[in-house]
Write a protein that binds this ligand. Structure first.
Ligand SMILES: Cc1ncc(COP(=O)(O)O)c(C=O)c1O
Length: 406
């Protein structure tokens, strides 16, 4: 049995049975996990797994990190939630720290998830456009969330099935083509929204020259440039924010996932010059930036800084990709290795689902990005020897496979 002890169990049914009976079937979970420590997790039978899923790019500091435990305990015993009718100290500190690590001159709005942060960006663009400029241009293969506006912004049809009519005002263009983007801009355009590294769409880093050209086009046509840093933010790419690595600054960007290291918190980060676009009463959310999640996010940010985690991600992420590229020579099924920092994709010549299942049987957790890409978005504290361990397991599964499904 897990940490749920006998007395607190409501029923003798298994977790899987309870899910089948009482949960909406929107997910198809692989297994029940009951405990984690650093980059390892354990299932209910005591089997250990090396976790390169990291809660889908969320568990920045790994599982059960003492800094996060301490922040939760201290803040929960002091003041957990008061609403945004009141100032709260951790929220103010967090906004100041985020502005500092983004280079200064940024204002925050805190929310609860990535989709909600992107909704904030879209609302910012529409208010800024003043009613005449309302269109947001996004990229094909992008992923921006599952609310109605963000799934419409998403450049993949599969998330839209059955949800018509979708909100108006979104246009999708080919990723990487500045010509396609230019052709889509009109006097209705308010903003361009993109991921600096597409995550769900297959781990596809946008070329820096493309990002520079998009910035120049936005300046020339007077558009807002919005980056979705929900997956790439908070050190994932070896920089606080992926745009810093690309040397291209947006007008606003979204954060979530890694920001709270496992506590739900998102942020809309806006250049100070645009601070008044979302004025009093124009946007709100009950839980956003409450003392608990803000103080956990602060402890995550400070631990990243204190422990030199950005440098670790740059160094170890480069080594990981190098080793995977070397593995390509020994595994005929590997088509391409892509990524930045600890956001890595390995494209295969076949569907990855059965390979992910075999890796799980051997004790390694990875996730897919689309049908044919193995994705690794581990905790940023993943150690060198754990990378070696995962490489050995990957090779043992991939090397025996021939090319093209043989
Ligand atoms: C780039 C990007 N944007 C937005 C989202 C949506 O975030 P959430 O699931 O927290 O709403 C995700 C989630 O995977 C994402 O990867």
């Amino acid at each position: 049995m897990s940490i749920v002890d006998e007395e607190t169990m409501l029923t003798s049914q298994s977790t899987e049975e309870l899910y089948r009976e009482h949960m909406l079937p929107t997910y198809a979970p692989w297994m029940t996990l009951v405990r984690g420590d650093g980059c390892y997790v354990w299932d209910a039978d005591g089997n250990r797994y090396l976790d390169l899923v990291g809660g889908i790019a969320v568990n920045t500091l790994g599982h059960a990190h003492p800094a996060i435990q301490e922040a939760i305990v201290n803040q929960a015993g002091r003041l957990m939630h008061v609403s945004n009718l009141f100032y709260n100290e951790p929220q103010a500190q967090l906004a100041a720290e985020l502005s500092r690590v983004a280079g200064g001159g940024w204002c925050s709005f805190f929310c609860n998830s990535g989709a909600e942060a992107n909704e904030g960006l879209i609302k910012l663009a529409r208010r800024w456009g003043g009613g005449t400029r309302f269109e947001v241009i996004t990229l094909k293969q992008s992923f921006h969330g599952r609310t109605l506006a963000t799934l419409t912004a998403t450049g993949q049809d599969k998330v839209k099935v059955g949800f018509d009519p979708l909100p108006a005002g979104f246009i999708h263009v080919e990723a990487g083509s500045i010509e396609a983007l230019k052709a889509a801009v009109s006097d209705r355009t308010a903003a361009v929204l993109l991921e600096v590294v597409q995550g769900e769409g297959g781990v596809r880093p946008m070329p820096h020259e493309y990002l520079r050209a998009v910035r120049a086009l936005c300046d020339e046509r007077g558009l807002l440039l919005l980056f979705d840093e929900v997956q790439t933010g908070m050190g994932r790419t070896g920089h606080w924010f992926a745009w810093q690595g690309a040397g291209v600054q947006p007008d606003a960007f979204s954060l979530a996932k890694g920001l709270g290291g496992g506590i739900p918190i998102g942020a809309v980060m806006v250049k100070a010059a645009l601070r008044d676009v979302l004025s009093v009463g124009s946007h709100a959310t009950t839980f956003g930036g409450n003392p608990l999640c803000s103080s956990v996010a602060l402890s995550v940010l400070r631990t990243i800084e204190k422990e030199g985690i950005l440098e670790h991600v740059q160094r170890e992420g480069a080594w990981f990709r190098e080793q995977l590229t070397a593995l390509k020579a020994r595994c005929a099924c590997i088509r391409e290795v892509r990524g930045v920092g600890f956001m890595i994709g390995v494209e295969l010549d076949r569907p990855v689902a059965p390979i992910l299942a075999e890796l799980r049987r051997r004790g390694l957790l990875l996730l897919p990005a689309g049908e044919r890409v193995l994705r690794m978005v581990p905790a940023l504290v993943l150690r060198h020897e754990q990378i070696s361990e995962s490489l050995e397991m990957l090779e043992s599964v991939l090397a025996p496979l021939g090319a093209d499904g043989l």
